[in-house]
Design a protein around this ligand. Sequence first.
Ligand SMILES: [Zn+2]
Ligand SMILES: [Zn+2]
Length: 447
Amino acid sequence: MAATATMVRCPLCGATVAPDQWGLVECSCGWGGHGDPLESARGLRRLVMRVDRRLATRTARADLVRLGSGHWQPGRLGLVYMLALLLASTLIYMVIAAVLVGLAAFAFSLIRDHAWIGASVIAFLFVVFSLSLLLDRIRPKGVEAPRARFPRLWAALDDVRARTGAPLPHRVILVPQANAYVFQHRPLRRLFRRELVLALGAGCLPLQSELDVRSLLAHELAHYRHGHTALHRYYARAERALSDFTNMLTEAGETHGVLTRSYRTGGSFSFVVGAGAMLALLFTLPLRLILFIFHLLRLAESRAAEFEADRTAINAYGSQALADNLTALLVADHTLRGTASSLRADMLKHNSRSIYAEMRRHYAALPPTVILHLRQESLREFRSLERSHPTTPDRLRAASIAAVPPPPDVPHTTSTDLLTPAGATGPEDVEAELTALLFAERHSRRR
Ligand SMILES: [Zn+2]
Ligand SMILES: [Zn+2]
């Protein structure tokens, strides 16, 4: 992806802004390019957005300055900061544990008073909360991709390992969407030993070259490699646990309101519903405040971890491949979500069972300038303190700071073959299976 430079006028302050090498524009007033919600926001919303943008921009600029001076390791963030984060995460786990103990005690006291309905409700909440904290919620539905069946894909993974030193995953799962992610857990099946899992979306391959995919894999596997991974997960899990917990409490409060309403008739309706929601709000407000503060505290670490994984991919496969794989993911995701029905019609027309084959046909029919335009359009992401990750535009800016050329020995050829099983002539069968999963998932979500 490379852009042609035409000057752009900022709609907020009227200044003229020059696009960078990726076609990204950013005005000193905070405007982040076309489609920025700041353009249409009014009143209080605009004020809040402006403050949020200003602070998020300050964070992003500080990050880019740090990367520019060659410090990409989160370890550089300082011992005091890391200790504060460790302490805060531990406190969060303790708060959740305390609420759970409180719930259990409450349930027992209700049982002692023979208040069976109340006790069963509280006990139910206790079980749901505890399970949600303990169980793995990531269970990707897809096609298992063992080395013996997918030698091409594993050859790419071997190359990533050789260039980055990152460990290989124990399991690879091909998923129907257009994204990729790694996670680790300790399943019973492995007697609670650590299992590294990589989920790779077939949807992102049609727009990626072999080089781009390896860059993507390098970023993902880098998340395993770094020494900070265990701590990183400890912090991230604390934030997620608290956020899930708070949401569950809110939902429980609202459900309580609805349940109570069904026992009553007449004018006390809104009061009862309001009381349930109000109680939930009052109870969760302190939790939300803690969550907000912790999120801000964790921001620097979580952004740094992402930039560090990017750096691994950039060092191995170059700056351009990182930019290309990130924008390919966004464009493909958009295609799969936005034009699924027309791709489906194409499948019927071509008597094909693979939506990914239709995506390849669709992209191949578009001139390179249109593809470039789609990639640039996909970059409409705007900074906000809400995000724990850097925006894709900032990751592209970081890539151009690193300015690493592509390696001479990795082919730019298409990546379709990566999904071709051993002994097969093409990826069609695997893609047909993933297409069926994609449609099944859409179907169940619509109901
Ligand atoms: Zn401006
Ligand atoms: Zn990442």
